[in-house]
Design a binder for this molecule. Structure first.
Ligand code: 5U1
Length: 750
């Protein structure tokens, strides 16, 4: 392609094509070509631009990351101020806002609002001139912000050129840059691994990422942007309503909130608020309320603004999720497996709609990292239904004599020694079921719905029977008499009778449930089911050794690359005779990865030259450490084996079996009778019931439910707000089902 016209035509074609696929992928969540195809287009464009640098333009998709880091941020004067929002903290305050709007507009009836969640990110203004992104600025003080163009250009969902037609010659768009929760967790995980600074929350992560002088760093951060408003508009018009204008932004390639709705009157606004609040935790990004805007632009103009806030918009905020309070004491709780968890007792504080007086400190490493001490003023966070946690300390408010917290040397419940193995974060009570705290937790777990499902044996009752010395191990619950139970506080004949019946009913269970109920460390429901499926028999599991779970072979330190290098050397130098000691000889051959330590291990394993050559032929040197049962790695295998080696556990199991616990033989999966046998499912998004319930149902029909989408996935069950998994499934052409689709599939397969 030497003709300059055809080169520039091809470059333009490629840019259009790449922009279109970027938009499909990042804005519409609807990728239509595989990554490999996208990469091919990008590489072709990069190649042509490298040959013809004179044809490179700043809006080319190859130019997202600028070359040089900045020295400092320039200031940007906003042509129209970037407004902030007034807040309403209750339905009454929102109603008062609506009344004010009605009065000012002289309207009696309901007002039409455009509503969407309020993202907890960073407000940014984008300026497009002739459809090309020329500037991006932070809000700053509303009049003047910082020029972050170089960083915003790296956000894949922000178009460098607008798509379609009809955009005003000058279009300023306002919106929120944010870091999705999953990206934030991934980022922090990597930072932790590398010993680098972690961010406290996704908002700080987004702000910190945008304030990088080097756009190459920002480009590695998973940022996104939803657009929700306008600044200067010239040389063109928007629609008559806010909602329709925002939809135009979507047509021009900008990302808008998928939750955007128009609502009429207080009732619909309140319902929307409740609906979003209920889904808050399931959304892929942090939000802190709902924004309502009068939808008619002519009405917005009439209402105008006061100070820096428009009279036509309000943010109804969720109750605060982070508050300041004081640590009154730090205590240690003992869990089911003896894990000792430090807990901060707090001066009660209202956070996220509830009063919080305890917050977990997770473990001693966490206490040391956050340096939490008694008397400290701390930020407490409550996110959804998660246990409240101490986020950080305000060191400037620390009392001078505050002492660091020490791990107790003995269990606060039973006085047994506390053990904290080197390198492990968790300290444990060594008392086992002698420790009443562990006994209580073990029984609560055993009785829980997903384990033995003993209806009526709730936490309070378990505490009473343990505190009254009525059970010394799990199995004793099956020996409780009617009189013993009826004699307990707030228990009568009827409830005792019900509990006895529930205990009786629970005796017929499944091997998987029984294994889960035993509370073996690290063995959750899925592992218990995998164990039952693999071994089919309790005795076999009890007698299993680590090598029944894990295949270990070869020589530690010899990975695939070294094994291949050794094999390659000997295939090129066939049957060379060993010269001198095997170890020294091997180490001296100069094979990549084969150092003297590895050579020593090889020599220790193979006594003769012949054995060594045989191992080479069979590729037996390459180290393998493979799970034979899905999800069970070496650590878990050791926990399982150790559990069944403890005499006490064996005695309890025998007592439970003697009490009559039984299950039907684990059948060989009757593939042909199970509707979904052999089918692999991934579940994503918000469904009408918890995902775990769908998972159970699908598994009961023989399906395998896995966590991530791959070529092997047969179906993706997708609820609302499905994100990257949906995108990937679409990309791979996997069948996507909603709940209705799943029902139909089951009818068809029946
Ligand atoms: N979702 C949304 N967030 N937010 C923030 N809309 C919205 N509108 C805002 C702000 C500051 O201001 C409008 C006045 C454009």
């Amino acid at each position: 392609m030497t003709n300059p016209d055809s080169v520039s035509e091809r470059i333009q074609q490629l840019r259009d094509e790449i922009d279109r696929h970027n938009h499909l992928y990042y804005v519409l969540d609807d990728p239509q070509i595989p990554d490999s195809e996208y990469d091919r287009l990008l590489r072709e464009l990069q190649g042509l631009e490298a040959e013809h640098p004179e044809l490179i333009t700043p809006d080319s998709p190859t130019q997202r990351v600028g070359a040089e880091p900045l020295k400092a941020f320039d200031q940007v004067q906003h042509r129209l101020p970037m407004l902030s929002l007034d807040n309403a903290f209750s339905e009454d305050e929102f109603a008062a806002f609506e009344r004010r709007v009605q009065e000012r507009l002289g309207i009696d009836g309901e007002i039409l609002f455009c509503a969407e969640p309020k993202l907890d990110g960073l407000a940014v203004s984008l300026r497009y001139e002739a459809g090309v992104l020329v500037q991006a600025a932070t809000r700053g003080d509303g009049s003047q912000g910082e020029d972050v163009t170089h960083n915003v250009r790296t956000i894949p969902s922000v178009p460098l050129r607008l798509l379609g037609k009809g955009w005003p010659g000058i279009l300023e768009v306002r919106g929120e840059v944010f870091m999705p929760k999953a990206g934030f967790l991934r980022f922090n995980e990597t930072a932790r691994r590398l010993g680098e600074k972690e961010f406290v929350n996704p908002r700080n992560a987004a702000a910190g990422s945008l304030r990088q002088l080097d756009p190459k760093i920002t480009a590695t951060r998973p940022l996104d942007m939803f657009c929700y408003g306008f600044g200067e508009i010239e040389g063109g018009n928007l629609a008559d309503s806010h909602s329709a204008s925002i939809v135009m932004l979507k047509q021009w390639g900008l990302r808008i909130s998928p939750e955007l709705r128009t609502l009429s009157g207080l009732k619909q606004c309140a319902e929307y608020f409740e609906q979003i609040a209920g889904r808050r935790d399931a959304l892929e990004y942090d939000i802190d309320g709902v924004v309502y805007k009068v939808d008619r632009l002519a009405d917005q103009e009439k209402l105008g603004f006061v100070a820096r806030s428009p009279r036509w918009a309000i943010a109804r905020k969720f109750p605060a999720q982070e508050e300041l309070t004081r640590v009154e004491s730090i205590e240690f709780q003992v869990g089911r497996t003896g894990a000792i968890t430090p807990v901060a007792r707090l001066e009660p504080v209202f956070v996220g709609g509830v009063t919080v007086s305890n917050a977990t400190l997770h473990n001693m490493d966490e206490v040391a990292k956050k340096d939490v001490r008694v008397g400290d003023t701390v930020f407490v966070r409550r996110a959804g239904d998660v246990i409240p946690e101490v986020v950080r300390v305000l060191p400037e408010r620390r009392e001078t004599n505050a002492q660091p917290v020490q791990l107790p040397t003995t269990c606060p419940e039973c006085g047994s020694d506390v053990i904290k193995p080197e390198g492990e974060a968790v300290a444990r009570c060594s008392g086992g079921l002698y420790c009443s705290a562990q006994r209580k937790e073990a029984i609560k777990h055993f009785a829980s719905r997903r384990a033995m499902d003993i209806e009526g044996l709730g936490d309070k009752l378990v505490e009473m029977i343990v505190d009254n010395g009525m059970v010394s191990d799990l199995a004793d619950i099956y020996s409780l008499s009617h009189a013993q139970i009826a004699g307990l506080e707030r228990m009568g004949d009827k409830s005792a009778e019900n509990l006895i019946q529930a205990l009786e009913k629970s005796k017929h269970t499944t091997l998987a449930r029984f294994l889960y109920a035993l509370g073996i460390r690290e063995v959750g429901e899925v592992t218990a089911a995998a164990l039952a499926d693999h071994f089919r028999d309790l005795k076999a599991i009890m007698q299993a050794q680590v090598l029944d779970f894990i295949q270990v072979a070869g020589i530690k330190g010899i990975g695939r690359a070294t094994a291949d290098a050794i094999a390659e050397y000997f295939s090129e130098n066939q049957n060379v005779a060993v010269d001198g000691e095997l170890q020294e000889w091997l180490a001296g051959l100069g094979i990549r990865g084969l150092n003297s330590k590895i050579a020593q291990r090889i020599a220790a394993r193979y006594a003769t030259q012949e054995e060594f050559y045989q191992a080479l032929q069979s590729d037996a040197m390459c180290y393998v450490n493979r799970s034979l049962i899905e999800g069970i790695g070496p650590v878990m295998a050791e926990h399982i084996v150790a559990f069944f080696h403890q005499t006490h556990n064996l005695e309890v199991i025998q007592k439970l079996l003697d009490a009559g616990i039984h299950w039907d033989e684990v059948a060989t999966p009757a593939i042909e009778t199970q509707t979904l046998a052999g089918k692999s499912f991934v579940i994503t998004g918000t469904l009408s019931r918890p995902r775990s319930e769908f998972k159970e149902d699908l598994q009961a029909l023989g399906a395998k439910v896995v966590g991530s989408v791959s070529k092997k996935t047969d179906y993706l069950l997708a609820g609302s707000d499905a994100g990257s998994k949906l995108a990937k499934a679409q990309q791979l052409g996997i069948t996507i089902l909603d709940e209705e689709g799943l029902k139909q599939l089951l009818v068809e397969l029946e």
